[in-house]
Design a binder for this molecule. Structure first.
Ligand SMILES: [Zn+2]
Length: 71
């Protein structure tokens, strides 16, 4: 998991990452975006730029994190 986060995950793995409590919480703790490692990150572990490019399916999960729910 460290390696995945340290290098930034692949775009196609984002849905999987957003469903993983451990990965999202790690990104938040490090304040490193899941995709680009930029910061700051929001409750979903993404920076504003990456979050704004999310697909509809990803956006649903992002909204859940932002609402304080976990997938
Ligand atoms: Zn980003």
């Amino acid at each position: 998991m460290d390696r995945v986060n340290a290098e930034g995950i692949r775009r196609k793995d984002l849905l999987w990452a957003l469903r993983s409590r451990r990965i999202v919480l790690l990104a938040r703790r490090r304040s490193e975006c899941l995709l680009c490692r930029g910061h700051p990150v929001d409750e979903s572990g993404l920076c504003t730029v990456c979050a704004s490019q999310a697909t509809e399916q990803e956006a649903e999960l992002i909204e859940r994190w932002r609402a304080g729910q976990e997938p």
